[in-house]
Design a protein around this ligand. Structure first.
Ligand code: NAP
Length: 298
């Protein structure tokens, strides 16, 4: 029975313009004009993928560069070691910039926001893709309450819930400038990578206490931010995404019993998620979607 548990868990996851400096105003206006074009939503715009060194984040960077005509800012903990990003940089040159950002170190988030502000002036899309499920000798998904450690609960919460929220906090002014009127497609989008196991209503199996609860916290914090943005009439839509069970380093130790057709490639999952993001409207603010566009209960 215990052998089956990883499979079951994984399947369950199955302006004020007048106040702006002229250069910045021109940038914002040209981005807004390009938003109304029928080609890519962020054609000419700026997207940030946080947690971009590998896995789903790296694939987002690749597909945004291939499908959209704008600029992509990819952040990760160790840019020098991010070989996948080096490869994309050699192919896409100036359209890709790479920044150092560790979600557990707020000064790296602040520094990244300053650097994006200086270079681009605004952001049209922020994808928080970083996340941890297991780290050898440090963090293991718990199959029983007996294995729950304070350090695991705190680490998962820090990386999976607190980190993305601090990133949104510091990118907020840039996202406000990246959004337009706040109607239909004219909004900046924040997409946080969550997981179906973070749903309380959908929890029938238990286990994975740290990861599960950290994603539940991410969901509530994202929903809370979405309410504040709506109340302030900020042209920003926040959504939560479950990518399915995807063949990455994160899922590798738990893939043994996953049927082949339930284990997605990063290409497939990101293609689906990008379509949800590109079609996100202001009325999607605060919603939690699975890879196939279905809403997930809280
Ligand atoms: N794969 C799945 O089946 C699955 C299912 C449901 C949800 N998700 C969610 O999807 C997201 C992406 O997962 P993945 O499968 O692509 O995982 P992955 O391949 O393990 O990649 C995780 C990414 O998070 C980064 N990261 C970890 N700690 C960080 C920190 N402190 N600061 C900044 N970045 C940090 C890693 O950077 P380093 O290279 O520096 O370690 C890496 O780029 C996660 O939020 C995950 O919970 C995945």
């Amino acid at each position: 029975m215990y052998k089956l548990r990883p499979l079951l868990f994984l399947n369950q996851q199955c302006s004020s313009m007048a106040a702006m400096k002229p250069l910045r105003l021109m940038r914002v206006m040209s981005q807004r004009a390009s938003l109304s074009s029928s080609a890519g939503k962020w054609e000419g715009g700026v997207s940030m993928v946080q947690g971009a060194s590998r896995g789903i984040g790296l694939e987002f960077v690749k597909q945004l560069l291939e499908k959209e005509k704008g600029h992509v800012v990819a952040s990760c903990r160790n840019p020098e070691g991010a070989t996948g990003l080096h490869h994309l940089k050699s192919k896409f040159g100036e359209r890709l910039s790479v920044l150092q950002l560790d979600v557990t170190n707020e000064s790296t988030i602040e520094q990244s926001a300053k650097s994006i502000g200086k270079r681009y002036g605004s952001l049209n899309l922020l994808i928080n893709a970083s996340g941890i499920l297991s780290i050898p000798q440090v963090l293991q998904p718990e199959t029983t309450l007996r294995k729950v450690e304070k350090s695991s609960l705190m680490l998962a919460y820090e990386v999976n819930a607190v980190g993305p929220v601090l990133v949104i906090k510091h990118m907020w002014p840039l996202l406000k400038d990246g959004g337009g009127s706040g109607t239909d497609r004219d909004v900046a989008v924040v997409a946080n990578l969550s997981a179906r196991v973070g749903s309380i209503g959908d929890n029938r199996l238990g286990g994975w206490h740290s990861y599960r609860a950290s994603k539940t916290a991410l969901n509530q914090l994202t929903r809370n931010i979405s309410v504040e943005f709506a109340r302030r009439k900020d042209p920003i839509t926040c959504i939560l995404l479950h990518p399915g069970t995807v063949d990455t380093d994160l899922s590798k130790p738990f893939q043994r019993n996953v049927p082949e057709n339930k284990l997605f490639t990063t290409e497939f999952s990101v293609q689906k998620l990008l379509s949800i993001i590109l079609n996100a409207k202001s009325h999607d603010n605060g919603k939690f979607f699975a890879w196939d566009g279905q809403e997930i209960p809280w």
